[in-house]
Design a protein around this ligand. Sequence first.
Ligand code: SF4
Length: 434
Amino acid sequence: MSKKSINIITLGCSKNLVDSEHLLARFRANGFTLKFGDNEPADVVIINTCGFILDAKEESINTIFDFVNAKEQGLVEKLYVMGCLSERYAGELAKEIPEVDRFFGKFDLDAILHELNIEKQKTLPTERVLTTPSHYAYLKISEGCDRSCAFCAIPQFTGKHKSVPVDVLVEEATKLAGKGVKELLLISQELTYYGIDLYGERKLPELINRLSEIEGIEWIRLHYAYPAGFPMDLLAVIRDNPKVCKYLDIPLQHISSRVLKNMRRNIDEGQTRELVNKIRKEIPGIALRTTMLVGYPGETEEDFNKLVDFIREAKFDRLGVFPYSHEEGTWGYKKFRDAIPQKQKQERADYLMEVQQLISEELTAQKVGRTLKVLIDRVEGDYYIGRTEFDSPEVDGEVLIEKKVPLEIGKFYNVKIIGSDVFDLYGSMEHAPL
Ligand code: SF4
């Protein structure tokens, strides 16, 4: 049993977070003192890195150097690096940063346990130490991806799509519910592909229905759906299962058929529009989050203007925009020159977000006067901060409720919406039905 302290610094996406939470459970079960916080030194520090695009890679490398400094100051005994960046560049990193004790891949959890003399069997793979507020948790239903989007390096370092068995996920979610989790955010690289590798068929609807039977789980939220070949039977599950949030995160990346073709997204403009219309027709009032990529090689002014028009017309509830990052090893990298200057990519991304701000302001204003079910996440100054089923944590808008009556974090309340701004809503408990 170790008496050492340990801290995992998790960068990148929520999938990394889930990996870290599984590791933390093992460390705690083996007597390590867990430390939390992105600048918190410990006897052992593990940096769980992201290697997706340039910005993320830079953040990971800067964080590594921060802890190399901490180690040189004697604040850290052992420094390890894991995750996507070291999965992708372990050799180069080990040469460049010899101060790191060891670089592990993305899936080397057992090697890390061995390095720290941890008895693997001490904890079950479904155990987690939550690093999110205790009333919501991410559930990683698969890792890896079988798609071949031309701009994306992820399959290079995550490998092929690998679903987690339904029973294992139900066991993990049941344990989370037992700890007070009420909201499950289903995540993966490609959500709609779930089950094909393991069961030879899509199993997402069945998984969602099994998870919704777990006592204590009240909200199930879906992230990272893939548009091409979208499984339409999923729409009925979202519409008819009262525990599934009327919310869908579905990255579309672009609308120009020519750009989508060059991105190898297996879908064109007409099919994209049809899908968005179908989802909205089948599930009235659903909140749609999407992601767009601008500055992809060959994107003309005309393509970009088509995208701007589409965003104005489609009025997505939530939008993320990324400037294209020319990632070595991707099909796009081999096929195209990164011809559009970074400045122009960024200008296009900024302009699209400006257009979205006006849309977001309009859509939030439409919620004023409604009474919505809100999950309270935290207290901030004079406000309780919560979310409706249309808001995912950390990426979407929030509901601010003045602290007039005592509310509990992690509890649901019916809240009367009395105001709005660009992204957020203002709520009141007065006049709200109990
Ligand atoms: S679906 Fe496309 S963008 Fe998403 S992880 Fe797979 S290859 Fe990358």
